[in-house]
Design a protein around this ligand. Structure first.
Ligand SMILES: [Ca+2]
Ligand SMILES: [Ca+2]
Ligand SMILES: [Ca+2]
Ligand SMILES: [Ca+2]
Length: 789
C-alpha cells in the first residue's frame, strides 16, 4: 500500500467505526462523540487528548503550568485545531491571553464550563464521582468564540428580581439494594429511610436557600421530591405506600402507590413566604391507614427552586431567568463579585458570553449582559476566585484499539495499579506461544467512552477486538482488579478502612428484587449473555495481591511434573441426599479414570467434611467440587443448617483456607452452591472464591461458582456441562475452555449469568487420567519448555 492509500484506508476504517459506534448506540444516551468534521487519524502512542476530571458543576480554569506538567508545551498547541468534549457533546472554551499574541504562554489560562456525572435516576453516577472532559487534538472546535451580548451603553430596561435557581439536595448516606429501580446506572444510595420501624415514620431534613429573594416578581417556589417505595403489603384495597410531604409546615401534597417503585412529587406553586434563607425543614411523614403501620420508603433526593437576588454567592452563581420574563430584551446585572475577571456561560445555548464589568466600589464588581430569549435560559457565572480546578489532569494516549491492525487471542484488561503484574503474566504466556496483549482499562474508556468509566465500554472493546482484529481470533480475556457494588464506600461497617475495591466494573442483572454481578456480559460479543470468549477475573485489590496470584499461576504450570495429585478428584456435599446422589452420578458418568474421594455430610455420621477438604487439598487434588447449601462465608459441611457463629465454625469457612498448604498443587474448585464467588460484596472479608484464589502459593488455581443465589437444578446442569467439558472433551485444556464450554452448553440463562471464573482462563487445568500414566507434558520441574500451544 502506498502511504496515501494507507491514509485513505485508515480514514475509511475510523469513519466506519464511528458510524458503527453511533448506529449501535441508537437512542441510548450515548457518550460517543458526535463529530462535526472528519478527524485527522491519530498515531498510536501519541497523546490524543488532555483529560480533566470534573468533581462538581462550575467554570474551570486550567493554567499554563498544569498543561506544561503533562510534558506538553502549551505554546505549541494549535488551539484552532482542538476541541473540548464532555457528556457526549462539544463544549466551548476560552484561552485568556491568547488573542493578543496567538500563543498560550505563561500567564494565560484556559476556561470552560463542566458538570459532574449524573445517572439516569439520580444526580450521581453508579461508576464514578467524577466526569471526564477531554481537550482533543486534531479536531476543530468551539475555541475562543465568546458572544459579546452587551453593547456597553445599552439604554435597555433593567431586569430586577427575575432570577431563580434550583438546588439539588442528594446525599448518599446508606445503601439499600433491595429497593431501587433496576437497569443501567440505577441508584441504590439513599438519603434517609422513612419507616414505621423504630419510630422513623416522620423524618425531617434541613436545608438553606442562600440568596433567597423575598421581593421577587414571581412569588412562588417549587419542590421536586424523589422517593422509593420498598415494602409491599400485597393486600387488596390497600396502597403499599402512603406518604405526605411538607416544607416549614406548609403541605406540599400526598402520594399513594403500590409496589417496589419510585414516586416523584412535583409542586411549583409553593408560596414564596413559606421559604426562609436558612434553617428550612422538609418533612417526610407516613400516613397511618387503618392502623396498619406497615410501610417503608427511601428518600433519594429533593430539589428546591426559588427566586434569588441578583448577587453572586461567593463569587459564583447558577441561575435562570424567570418564566414571566419571556420575549423582552432587558439588561441583567449581577453584583457582589470581588474580582473583575468574570466569565458567563449560557448553559442552554452552550456558549460563553462576555459581560460588561463595572466597578461599584473598591472591591465590588457588577457584571451585566442582555437577554432576549423566548424560553427560560440557564446560566453559570463565576469570577476568578470561584473558578474550579479539576481533581486530576492526565494525558490520554492513543493505543488504536478501534483499528484492526492488532492481533491477540489472549488479552489482559487491567487497572493501572496492576499493570506490572499483568505484563509479567502476559510475557509468560507470550513465551509459550500465545498471541497476547495487555490493555490498561483506561485506554478502553478513552477510546470507547470519552474516558468515562462504564462497563459497556469494556464490552464494546472486547466485541470489537473479537470481530475486527487480525487472526488468531480472540479467545481468552482476563480482567485484573476487584469491584464492589458500594462504589462510594458508604458502608463503612462492611469496609471499615475504606480501602479501594473498585478497579474493573462488573455488570448487574436483576434477580428476585436484588441484583447480582455477571461477567458473562463482557464475554458475549453480541446482545445475549452466552459467551463467545472465555473470561476470568482476578479480584485483587493491591499490587501485592496481584503479585501473589500471578506468581501462583506461573509456578503452578512450571511445577506440573509433580504428578500424583493430578489424578485426584474430591467430591463434597452437604447433608441432603439429593446432593449426594448428584455427586455419585457425576462420579460414575465422568470419573472412571480418576482417583475419586467422596466426603458427604450426613446427619447420622460424624464425618468431618471440613477437615477432609483441608486434608485432601494438602495431599494434592486436581479438582474439588462442593455441592450443597452455602453462602459467601460458608459451605454447609457441618451436619445441620447452622447460623450461629459457634455452629458455623464446623463448616467450611474462608478462614479454613488458611489451614491449606498446597504449593503448586492448587486445584480447580467448582462450587454448585450460592454466593461462593460473591466477589463484588463490599465486605473487607473475602468470600470463599476470593480467599481460595488470593492465597500465596496455595489455595486454588481457579474457582468457578455463582456470584449470587443459585438453584440446585441450575447448578446441576451447569456442573454437568463443566464435567462434560473437563472429562469428555480432550480439546478443553484450559480452565477457560471448560468454563466457556459449560456456559455455551448450559440451557439455563440464569446459571450462565451467575457463574463466574475467578482465575486466569488460560491456566492449564491439572486433570490427568490414570490410564494415561504420567502427565502429557514435556520438560521437568523448574524448566519452561512446556508447549501449551
Ligand atoms: Ca498569550
Ligand atoms: Ca442517591
Ligand atoms: Ca453471545
Ligand atoms: Ca471483592
Amino acid at each position: 500500500m502506498t502511504r496515501a492509500k494507507m491514509i485513505r484506508f485508515f480514514l475509511a476504517t475510523i469513519f466506519l467505526i464511528l458510524i458503527q459506534a453511533v448506529a449501535l448506540n441508537g437512542e441510548e444516551k450515548t457518550q460517543f462523540l458526535l463529530l462535526k468534521e472528519q478527524p485527522i487519524p491519530k498515531k498510536i502512542g501519541e497523546p490524543d487528548a488532555i483529560k480533566f476530571y470534573i468533581p462538581a458543576d462550575g467554570i474551570y480554569k486550567i493554567t499554563y503550568r498544569q498543561i506544561k506538567n503533562l510534558g506538553i508545551a502549551p505554546e505549541e498547541i494549535d488551539f484552532s485545531n482542538t476541541s473540548l468534549f464532555g457528556n457526549g457533546k462539544e463544549y466551548p472554551f476560552l484561552i485568556v491571553g491568547y488573542e493578543e499574541d496567538n500563543r498560550f504562554d505563561k500567564d494565560d489560562y484556559m476556561v470552560f464550563y463542566a458538570t459532574k456525572p449524573r445517572g439516569t435516576y439520580s444526580y450521581r453516577s453508579l461508576y464514578s464521582d467524577e466526569n471526564v472532559f477531554r481537550l482533543e487534538f486534531n479536531r476543530r472546535g468551539l475555541f475562543n468564540q465568546p458572544q459579546v451580548y452587551h453593547s456597553g451603553e445599552a439604554q435597555l430596561p433593567k431586569a430586577g428580581d427575575v432570577l431563580r435557581r434550583r438546588i439539588h439536595f442528594e446525599q448518599d448516606l446508606f445503601l439499600d439494594r433491595f429497593a431501587h429501580p433496576f437497569g443501567e446506572d440505577t441508584d441504590y444510595c439513599f438519603y434517609i429511610p422513612v419507616t414505621w420501624l423504630l419510630d422513623k415514620n416522620r423524618r425531617v431534613l434541613n436545608f438553606n436557600l442562600p440568596g433567597l429573594n423575598p421581593n421577587a416578581v414571581e412569588q412562588t417556589g417549587g419542590a421536586r421530591i424523589y422517593v422509593y417505595g420498598k415494602s409491599e403489603l400485597n393486600m387488596p384495597n390497600y396502597y403499599d405506600h402512603n406518604i405526605k410531604f411538607s416544607i416549614n409546615d406548609h403541605p406540599l401534597g400526598e402520594r399513594r402507590w403500590r409496589g417496589v417503585k419510585e414516586c416523584l412529587l412535583e409542586n411549583f406553586n409553593i408560596p414564596l413566604n413559606v421559604f426562609k434563607e436558612s434553617a428550612n425543614e422538609i418533612v417526610f411523614e407516613l400516613i397511618n391507614v387503618n392502623d396498619l403501620k406497615m410501610d417503608h420508603i427511601n428518600v433519594d433526593w429533593y430539589e428546591i427552586e426559588y427566586p434569588i437576588k441578583s448577587e453572586a454567592i461567593s463569587n459564583a452563581l447558577d441561575f435562570k431567568v424567570a418564566r414571566g420574563f419571556y420575549k423582552q430584551t432587558r439588561e441583567i446585572s449581577i453584583g457582589n463579585f470581588s474580582n473583575n475577571k468574570i466569565y458567563l456561560y449560557d448553559i442552554g445555548e452552550n456558549k460563553f458570553i462576555t459581560p460588561a464589568v463595572s466597578m461599584v466600589s473598591g472591591r465590588n464588581y457588577t457584571a451585566s449582559f442582555v437577554t432576549e430569549q423566548s424560553t427560560v435560559q440557564e446560566y453559570f457565572i463565576a469570577a476568578e476566585p470561584a473558578l474550579l480546578a479539576p481533581s486530576k489532569i492526565k494525558l490520554s494516549q492513543y493505543m488504536g484499539l478501534k483499528t484492526s491492525q492488532h492481533a491477540a487471542e489472549y488479552i489482559i484488561i487491567t487497572h493501572e495499579n496492576f499493570l506490572a503484574q499483568a505484563e509479567r503474566l502476559a510475557k509468560y504466556r507470550a513465551k509459550r506461544g500465545a498471541k497476547t496483549k495487555v490493555i490498561p482499562v483506561d485506554y478502553i474508556y478513552d477510546e470507547f467512552n470519552g474516558s468515562n468509566i462504564h462497563p459497556t465500554a469494556i464490552k464494546q472493546a472486547i466485541a470489537h477486538i473479537y470481530n475486527n482484529w487480525q487472526q488468531p481470533k480472540l479467545k481468552y480475556v482476563l480482567l485484573i482488579g476487584d469491584w464492589s457494588w458500594d462504589w462510594h464506600n458508604i458502608d463503612r461497617q462492611a469496609n471499615p478502612t475504606g480501602m479501594q475495591q473498585n478497579f474493573i466494573p462488573t455488570w448487574y442483572v436483576p434477580h428476585n428484587k436484588i441484583e447480582y454481578a455477571t461477567d458473562s456480559y463482557f464475554a458475549s460479543v453480541d446482545d445475549d449473555f452466552v459467551p463467545e470468549v472465555a473470561l476470568g477475573r482476578l479480584p485483587v485489590k493491591t499490587p501485592a495481591e496481584a503479585d501473589m496470584v500471578v506468581n501462583k499461576i506461573i509456578n503452578y504450570e512450571i511445577n506440573f511434573t509433580q504428578s500424583g495429585w493430578r489424578h485426584r478428584v474430591l467430591l463434597t456435599a452437604s447433608a441432603l441426599s439429593d446432593f449426594h446422589d448428584y455427586c455419585n452420578r457425576l462420579a460414575s458418568d465422568y470419573l472412571q479414570d480418576y482417583a475419586v474421594d467422596k466426603a458427604y455430610c450426613n446427619v447420622t455420621s460424624s464425618l468431618d467434611v471440613t477437615q477432609r477438604i483441608i486434608d485432601a487439598c494438602n495431599e494434592g487434588v486436581a479438582l474439588l467440587l462442593y455441592a450443597g447449601h452455602g453462602s459467601r462465608y460458608y459451605w454447609l459441611t457441618g451436619t445441620n443448617i447452622a447460623h450461629s457463629s459457634e455452629e458455623l465454625q464446623y463448616n467450611f469457612q474462608p478462614e479454613k483456607i488458611d489451614l491449606i498448604n498446597n504449593p503448586h498443587m492448587t486445584p480447580m474448585v467448582f462450587a454448585a452452591t450460592c454466593f461462593t464467588n460473591n466477589f463484588d460484596n463490599p465486605a473487607a472479608r473475602n468470600c470463599i472464591g476470593e480467599k481460595f484464589l488470593i492465597k500465596n502459593n496455595g489455595g486454588a488455581i481457579g474457582v468457578i461458582a455463582s456470584s449470587s443465589y443459585s438453584y440446585i437444578q441450575n447448578d446441576e446442569i451447569f456442573m454437568q456441562e463443566m464435567f462434560n467439558a473437563a472429562f469428555n472433551d480432550n480439546d478443553n485444556r484450559y480452565m477457560g475452555d471448560i468454563f466457556l464450554y459449560a456456559s455455551r452448553a448450559c440451557p439455563s440463562e440464569e446459571a450462565v449469568k451467575m457463574f463466574l471464573l475467578l482465575g486466569d482462563p488460560l491456566t492449564r487445568h491439572g486433570l490427568v487420567r490414570i490410564s494415561r500414566g504420567e502427565p502429557q507434558v514435556k520438560g521437568s520441574q523448574g524448566k519452561t519448555t512446556y508447549e501449551f500451544y
